[in-house]
Design a protein around this ligand. Structure first.
Ligand code: NAD
Length: 288
């Protein structure tokens, strides 16, 4: 028996409808959510990402403003620019577009964003709040991975959960979110060190819930997947003209109970959750 395929589009659609209704309510109260995207230099790869951000904001009634700063913008100038946006009440969410030029350290730059406008959940404050079991603005991709698990309706409590990847925007926050009391999963985080020790397969074989976020095409073999496991594949790897996940989908789906496709799984849900975060940010700002 094959796994149930967790399609992202219907879930994303539902989230967007909820967001749209909230945006309308906020507008009726005189507040227009506005997302500011800051780009330093014009990386051709981010063009389509920016286009899709603008389109999805429009769909739900969120204003979108793109600020493109020159490639040679200094660290101090970028900091000043972000602080201006932090202090501008008409801007309610800020995205710092990647990649940044080499002379600016992304992690340092993330720290300049006001945590209440940090819709991508990239500031240390927001990551810390997840660890504190009181998340406010968590990274959309991590939230999307969790949402996929919730969609199965299966109980997570005490389940052997393996997260492959420890980045601050996916693996780490996903693991911390699953450790929250409300989920109480038993979480193992695997990373490059795990693979170097040759231990990845062993951990994956044990996983009742698997989140793959390594960015390595077909790193996880279908035969490693435990019978009946829930498999959430966050990986988006461009290989020979198409996107493939971190998990060998065709073989994994014969063993899993649920599995997300790539593309069309976690991706659309991530975009919808980013929009939801824009609304959550407005609510946080209004709390004062
Ligand atoms: P990253 O490169 O910052 O982190 C990858 C992590 O995987 C690292 O922590 C690393 O230790 C681990 N890793 C790499 N190779 C490994 C190996 N061989 N064995 C074990 N662990 C290994 O990447 P990221 O930003 O966290 O993104 C991960 C993947 O998710 C990428 O494919 C990215 O394109 C995708 N992504 C998808 C969405 C979406 O909306 N679907 C959003 C963001 C990122």
């Amino acid at each position: 028996m094959g796994a149930k395929i967790l399609e992202g589009k219907p879930i994303a659609q539902k989230i967007k409808e909820e967001v749209k209704a909230e945006v309308e309510k906020l507008k009726a109260e005189g507040v227009t959510p506005c997302l500011a995207a800051v780009q330093v230099g014009e990386d051709p790869a981010s063009k389509s990402y920016i286009r899709s951000q603008r389109r999805s904001c429009k769909e739900v009634g969120i204003e979108y403003k793109l600020f493109t700063l020159p490639e040679n913008t200094s660290k101090e100038e970028l900091k000043e620019f972000i602080e201006k946006l932090n202090n501008d009440p008409s801007i309610t969410g800020i995205i710092l577009q990647m990649p940044l030029p080499k002379h600016i350290d992304a992690r340092e730059a993330f720290c300049w964003i006001d945590e209440k406008k940090d819709v991508e959940g990239v500031t240390p404050a927001n990551l810390g709040l997840i660890a504190f079991d009181m998340p406010r603005l968590a990274p959309p991709t991590a939230l999307a991975a969790i949402r996929m698990i919730e969609e199965t309706g299966e109980e997570v409590l005490g389940r052997e959960t393996v997260v492959v990847g420890r980045s601050t925007i996916v693996g780490k926050p996903a693991a911390l979110l699953l450790l929250q009391r409300k989920f109480s999963a038993t979480v193992t985080v695997c990373h490059t060190g795990t693979s170097k020790r040759g231990k990845l397969e062993e951990h994956v074989r044990n996983a009742e819930i698997l989140i793959a976020a390594a960015g390595q095409p077909h790193l996880i073999k279908g035969e490693w997947v435990k019978e009946g496991a829930i498999v959430v594949d966050v990986g988006m790897n461009y290989v020979e003209g198409k996107f493939v996940g971190d998990v060998e989908f065709e073989t994994a789906k014969e063993r899993a109970s649920y599995i997300t496709p790539v593309p069309g799984g976690v991706g659309p849900v991530t975009t919808a959750i980013l929009l939801r975060n824009v609304v959550e940010a407005v609510k946080w700002q209004r709390e004062g």
